[in-house]
Design a protein around this ligand. Structure first.
Ligand code: SF4
Length: 383
């Protein structure tokens, strides 16, 4: 399986917690830092067209994920142009899954239909919460009603595979609000649900608020309570948890993301997009202006690249694979990487099993219930 990712670098307004690369298009006063006018959506698409035209001729993606940023922030004509750019490429491969992200605040019936008609089978919508205070705290541009309207638009357009994103661990939230959020999600009956704990990333307004003492991170026990509440509610209604943050109805696990967790190959286009292709990892420049300038001058937009040696790649494969609840089979890992995970990390694995963070049964290594909750700390021991 090979994946294709497109990064659309525009959002109406930045959410306070977000560290994905995107520029605010704002329907209001333009802040000083943006007054130098970033390239327009047309210039972005001109550059993207060049990047796509230069992709390897043997690149035949099986999955496509159009993300960002907010793809549905593009004007109708620009969105159609983007879809027309990627459709011929998807026709080269099997196209087993084509997902497009959407924001309830920018989704319209026309856009939903346009995306469906182009060939997408799956939509993802950023809900995050149904609580007005939570949405305001996060800086989201929509309210709970927009989510209900947006979800109906997607169903009306014919989408039978929809993911909804939720965030827990929000300082303005509590277990009751989390329970309400997950009940609302379940009532909509999407095929897939992703639930992430709010993280305070360097360089975001949220981190700035914390450093100035305006906001505090939610207590770890409370976060854990909210996570367990979500897991329990989803399990009770037939969703299977297949990854730390991801739940699906049987047969609806996201194939594109599974490709990442399997350390598979993919190519990303757009500013800041990452690729893993023919053993090389590389990333485009995190600036729309420089991305456009490079491509429109016939230069490469790549700002970083590395080739991992086989052992480093095997370590990475182990950590990525442990994100999946099914765990990592020792035999399959050896076949895929040429390494035994016990040779790479024998002491660490023994130690992590002894303190109950990992479990190894029948030669399959996986996160334990406790390990699921502190997965980043577990992974830090294994890289
Ligand atoms: S809409 Fe999504 S990509 Fe845009 S700022 Fe918010 S979280 Fe980030």
């Amino acid at each position: 399986m090979t994946g294709f990712y497109i990064h659309v670098p525009f959002c109406v307004r930045k959410c306070v917690y977000c560290d994905f690369y995107s520029l605010e298009t704002l329907n209001g006063p333009i802040p000083d830092r943006l007054k130098a006018q970033p390239p327009t959506q047309t210039e972005f698409l001109d550059a993207l067209e060049r990047e796509i035209a230069g992709l390897p001729t043997d690149f035949r993606p099986d999955t496509l994920f159009i993300g960002g940023g907010t793809p549905t922030e593009l004007a109708d004509a620009d969105l159609q142009r983007l879809l027309d750019l990627v459709a011929p490429l998807m026709a080269r491969g099997a196209c087993v899954e084509w997902t497009c992200e959407s924001n309830p605040g920018t989704l319209t019936a026309a856009k939903a239909r346009m995306i469906k008609d182009a060939g997408a089978q799956r939509m993802s919508m950023g809900v995050q919460s149904f609580d007005a205070k939570n949405l305001e705290f996060l800086g989201r541009i929509h309210d709970a009603n927009d989510v209900h309207v947006g979800f109906a638009l997607l169903r009306d357009a014919g989408f039978t595979n929809i993911n909804l994103d939720l965030i827990y661990g929000i300082p303005t939230s509590d277990p009751d609000k989390t329970r309400h959020d997950i009940e609302q999600v379940i009532a909509l009956n999407p095929e897939h649900v992703s639930c992430y704990c709010l993280t305070f990333e360097e360089g975001t307004p949220l981190m700035d608020m914390k450093q100035r003492g305006y906001v505090r991170e939610v207590d770890g026990e409370l976060e854990r309570e909210q996570y367990q509440l979500i897991r329990k509610a989803l399990r009770a209604t037939g969703y299977e948890q297949y990854e730390i943050s991801n739940f699906a109805r049987p047969g609806y696990a996201c194939r594109h993301n599974q490709l990442y967790w399997g350390n598979g190959e993919y190519i990303g286009c757009g500013p800041s997009a990452h690729s893993h292709w023919r053993g090389r990892r590389y990333a485009n420049v995190r600036s729309l202006r420089r991305y456009c300038r490079a491509l429109l001058n016939g230069e490469s937009p790549v700002a970083f690249e590395e080739t991992l040696d086989p052992e480093a790649k095997a370590r990475e494969t182990l950590v990525m694979g442990l994100r999946r609840l099914e765990g990592v089979s020792r035999e399959a890992f050896r076949a895929a990487t040429g390494f035994d995970y016990r040779t790479l990390h024998g002491d660490e694995i023994t130690q992590l099993c002894a303190i109950g963070m990992l479990e190894e049964r029948d030669d399959v290594l996986r996160l334990s219930e406790d390990g699921l909750y502190v997965s980043n700390a577990v992974f830090a021991e294994l890289v």
